[in-house]
Design a protein around this ligand. Structure first.
Ligand SMILES: Nc1ncnc2c1ncn2[C@@H]1O[C@H](COP(=O)(O)OP(=O)(O)OP(=O)(O)O)[C@@H](O)[C@H]1O
Length: 601
């Protein structure tokens, strides 16, 4: 993704789009802001009256009256400040929560290729770190900025009212102040964006290392990682340092200019009081206002840097929100028949991954799969078998040709309806943090406990689950940590059984499961395949032999289709694969005593 700062117009659109639903709260916050600014500014008039009439006339009654008025104003100020703070912070938190949710909703539906181009962990940082920046800005900085802006404008107006001549001096200083704000502000924004990028680098680095901590430690890779991490975080620091240096300059210059102007003005005003041209109360009020103007200008210059930082963060969020959906449901989807039998046809499919256009992963594949049929896909590693599954689930669209389900092109179907027709058992079981029962229920959250247990029993998983200390409630770590490879596979099968989809996509695990688990899985499969159309990427002879037909894939091409016997005879690649790849022990599955057998004995 590019590092160009966001167009301010886009940032404004983003803020507007998300604040609009909370118009009443925003109006309330604005009124509270105006109210409190009004009171603060009127304190200056109170001060003038107090000095000129209370002190100057020496009347205690007048002093009492003035103080009573002051008390009321202060009470109003407290109440107004409460509402302002509460409402503005509320809007900030609310809007950021909405933005997070929308970004997440958008991301979770994006086509998988998007995540191949953009690092998942980097995106994660945008969702957390960037929205946190926005949160602090919208929740407090924006309120500070608005309050100070109002005070600045109100203060200047009252300065004019109090004494126009002195105010002219303040006005002269304003363009002087604006120049550095504009100059440094732009730099701060660019650096903020860079800084957030670097912070994201740090986040993704840690995420990746922690995800593979065993590999890191097994290869004693820690010193290398420590050094590399040091480099990444030092880069983040270097950019942050540049950013704060710019902000420090900005703040210092503005304070110097503003307070300098106030100093000059005080001198001129002092001369006027000495000469009797204005009253002491007037000068007191004037000083009060000029301090307000000075302090607000200083505060503004400081928070403008912060606002620029938010603009940097927003630009990264906007990019995410605007990343186009390459795969989505059509506007008018064709409905699938009420009963999907799993009739699938691939017609002249050619597909290449982005950036590998010269080497298509699937070339000219045509294939008919009949309802209820079990079709095994075999072929060497990298032949394109998993890619075929991805095309069926419409994670990608082929560049050429069409795939139909029940005679309807996949691109015409509602995505959710299409994917409901498939149950996927991937090579990596794809489990999540949560209980075992949650993981089995994944595709059918409303399933009853009895259904979960039945699915687990059919997948030969019930027995090991029952033996765990907390049974079905046993919590699993990230990615299903806490189970063996074979146990994870059986959970994945139970999950697929429970969703009860008409088409089963099964990618057999190639990892060396021990003979027992493999056998249990082998026993669970027929139940899974029963009455469904099944496509199985087969690595075991038993699966291959049980299949109705076998499709041999090599370098993305379909080079043979038939039964085990026929292919053994007339497909050289298949004969070679059969000799090499399919494990011998698969030929005698019945000789291995399974966990289940032992239990039943
Ligand atoms: N996300 C991707 N981006 C680019 N190329 C990819 C991607 N995924 C797979 N490929 C390439 O596409 C080809 C087919 O891969 P695929 O995963 O479908 O093979 P496979 O037959 O399932 O292999 P295996 O049996 O080893 O899992 C390979 O050459 C692979 O390098």
């Amino acid at each position: 993704m590019s590092s160009s700062p966001a167009h301010p117009e886009k940032v404004r659109q983003l803020v507007y789009r998300f604040i609009r639903p909370y118009g009443w709260q925003a109006l309330g916050a604005l009124l509270a802001l105006i109210f409190t600014a009004g009171i603060t500014l009127s304190l200056g008039q109170g001060l003038r009256i107090l000095v000129d009439q209370g002190f100057a006339t020496g009347s205690p009654a007048m002093l009492n009256q003035s103080l009573a008025l002051f008390g009321i104003l202060v009470l109003g100020l407290a109440a107004g400040t409460f509402s302002r703070f509460y409402l503005v912070s509320w809007i900030g938190e609310r809007v950021v929560t909405d933005i997070r949710q929308q970004v997440f909703n958008h991301l979770i539906n994006l086509h998988p290729a998007f995540f191949a181009d953009n690092r998942g962990l980097e995106i994660q940082s945008r969702l957390t770190a960037d929205t946190t920046v926005l949160q602090s800005v919208l929740g407090s900085t924006l309120s500070i900025a608005l309050r100070n802006l109002l005070m600045l404008i109100g203060g200047i107006i009252l300065l004019f009212v109090t004494n126009a001549k002195l105010t002219a001096i303040v006005m002269l200083a304003i363009p002087l102040v604006l120049v550095p704000i504009l100059f440094f502000g732009r730099r701060v924004r660019r650096l903020s964006r860079l800084s957030q990028d670097r912070v994201a680098d740090v986040g993704s680095y840690v995420g990746e290392i922690l995800g593979e901590i065993k590999t890191v430690q097994a290869y004693n890779h820690q010193p290398v990682d420590q050094q590399a991490f040091g480099k990444v975080s030092e880069q983040a620091f270097a950019v942050a340092r540049q950013r704060i240096a710019q902000r420090a300059w900005l703040t210092a210059i503005v304070i110097l200019l503003v307070l300098g102007a106030i100093g000059i003005m005080l001198w001129v005003g002092g001369m006027d009081v000495i000469a009797g041209r204005i009253s002491a109360g007037e000068l007191a009020a004037f000083v009060f206002y000029s301090l307000i103007v000075g302090v607000s200008a200083g505060a503004l210059s400081e928070v403008i840097g912060e606002l620029q930082r938010a603009a940097g963060a927003s630009s990264r969020i906007i990019e995410l929100l605007q990343s186009p959906q390459a795969i989505s449901s059509p506007a008018q989807p064709t409905r699938l028949p009420p009963r999907v039998d799993g009739r699938i046809a691939l017609q002249d499919i050619t597909f290449a991954y982005a950036g590998r256009e010269q080497q298509p992963a699937i070339v000219d594949v045509s294939l008919q799969i009949e309802p209820g049929e079990t079709l095994a896909l075999v072929g060497p590693s990298g032949a394109g078998k998993s890619t075929l599954f991805d095309l069926l689930l419409r994670f990608y669209d082929p560049q050429h040709g069409s795939i139909t389900l029940e005679g309807i092109d996949l691109r015409q179907l509602d995505l959710a309806a299409l994917r409901r027709s498939f149950a996927l058992v991937a090579q990596q079981p794809g489990l999540f943090h949560g209980s075992i029962a949650d993981n089995i229920r994944y595709g059918k959250p409303e399933a009853s406990d009895a259904e979960v247990t039945a699915a687990a029993q059919a997948a030969y998983a019930d027995e090991f689950i029952q033996r765990l200390p907390q049974g079905y409630a046993t919590p699993l770590g990230d990615g299903g940590q806490g189970l063996s490879g074979g146990q994870k596979q059986r959970l994945a099968i139970a999950r697929a059984l429970l969703t009860d989809a008409p088409v089963l996509l099964l990618d057999e695990a190639t990892s060396a499961l021990d003979a027992q688990s493999e056998n249990l899985i082998q026993q669970a499969l027929p139940k899974l395949m029963q009455g469904r159309t099944t496509l199985v990427i087969a690595h075991r002879l038993a699966t291959v032999r049980d299949a109705d037909r076998i499709a041999v894939i090599d370098q993305g091409r379909l080079i043979g289709i038939g039964t085990h016997q026929s292919l053994l005879q007339d497909n050289a690649l298949y004969a070679r694969l059969a000799a090499l790849q399919f494990n011998d022990r698969d030929q005698h599955p019945d000789t291995v005593e399974t966990e289940h057998d032992r239990h039943n004995r």
